[in-house]
Design a protein around this ligand. Structure first.
Ligand SMILES: C[S@@+](CC[C@H](N)C(=O)[O-])C[C@H]1O[C@@H](n2cnc3c(N)ncnc32)[C@H](O)[C@@H]1O
Length: 321
């Protein structure tokens, strides 16, 4: 996971179905990896490794790192998201980057005012609100009720009518057909390969026949292995505190395993729950999108529509339904 660097180093919405009240699919428990021990939990215990799925610890609490109250996505995550510089030396603030990304979304998805869009997962709604400002009919889905509350407040302050619905992206709530689905900022690969595929199938199912999926990440295998996203980093946050992040790529599972901590002036660290995310290469995204039913995919390296290459600051996959 990369703090919101924007780039790597890191309308009136139509009412949709009720929040997902069905039980969640099989959960993965959260891992227990301390900052100074970046081996995955199974390696530490010397047990047989799950080569494909997330790092799990059978002795840990029954919460995955990505769940609400899982110890990663919460107040500290929001604080860490607004840093004063990026891996690439970019000094723009989070809001400015969000505007650039929203411009890119409308251009690459060919959207106009009144186009209908699903932002999933929407987090605290930064893209949903920015896109609703442009007249798009936006619905945001996320599993985190605290983030959704923040998104609703943001939409009310901006006087836009984006709608936010609590739901699990592995089993989407009932959403009326949309012109585009966006999955922004490194929000894919949290689960098992089967569940990741189910996410894409859900996105495919909710699109109109001419619809497009846009998936965006800054974290690529070359960026990690070539050190553009460093193994360890300390970054000044807009809050005045620092984010210390440590990460490694597990070559066997192709998952990034990492941990963040927020550090104050006295050096006191508030560690967050370790995370692990499958880092899909462009050809793997393409294969997975095809398997989920998409007709074609194109990979871009930036919001200006530049083709993707290993040195690109972003990987943006557009999949045509
Ligand atoms: C990296 S954040 C990105 C959020 C947003 N797209 C952005 O750019 O600010 C990932 C989001 O995924 C959400 N999430 C994690 N697991 C989820 C799930 N199973 N279903 C829906 N949302 C989930 C988290 O609550 C968090 O808001």
């Amino acid at each position: 996971m990369t703090a919101n660097s924007g780039e790597a180093s890191t309308a009136t919405g139509q009412a949709i179905g009720a929040p997902n009240s069905r039980p969640l699919p099989t959960k993965t428990k959260r891992s227990h990896i301390m900052p100074n021990d970046m081996r995955c939990a199974t390696e530490r215990r010397g047990e047989e490794k799950d080569m494909a799925g997330p790092v799990t610890d059978p002795e840990g609490p029954d919460k995955a790192w990505w769940e609400p109250d899982g110890g990663f996505f919460g107040d500290l995550y929001r604080e860490a998201d607004d840093s004063l510089r990026t891996f690439f030396g970019d000094r723009t603030r989070l809001n400015d980057r969000t505007v650039v990304e929203a411009d890119g979304v409308t251009r690459l998805c060919g959207l106009t005012a009144n186009s209908r869009l699903l932002d999933c997962p929407c987090g605290y709604g930064r893209h949903s609100v920015e896109l609703a400002r442009r007249g798009l009919d936006v619905v945001g889905v996320d599993i985190n009720p605290g983030f959704l509350e923040a998104a609703r407040r943001e939409a009310a302050d901006a006087d836009v009518a984006a709608h936010f619905v609590e739901g699990d992206m592995r089993e989407l709530p009932d959403v009326a057909p949309v012109d585009a689905v966006i999955n922004m900022f490194y929000s894919f690969g949290f689960f098992t390969p089967e569940e990741d595929l189910a996410v894409l199938r859900g996105f495919h199912a909710v699109l109109k026949p001419t619809g497009r999926l846009l998936m965006h990440t800054m974290v690529t295998i070359p960026a990690l292995t070539e050190g553009r996203i460093p193994a360890e980093e300390r970054r000044l946050l807009a809050s005045g505190r620092h984010l210390v992040s440590r990460r490694r790529l597990d070559a066997d599972t192709r998952r990034e395993v990492g941990q963040w901590a927020i550090v104050d002036d006295e050096g006191t660290e508030q560690p967050m729950t370790p995370y692990d995310v499958r880092i899909y290469a462009p050809d793997e995204f393409t294969d997975l999108c095809r398997e989920a039913g998409f007709a074609s995919t194109t990979c871009y390296g930036g919001w200006d529509g530049a083709p993707y290459e290993d040195a690109s600051p972003n990987l943006i996959v557009i999949a045509d339904r």
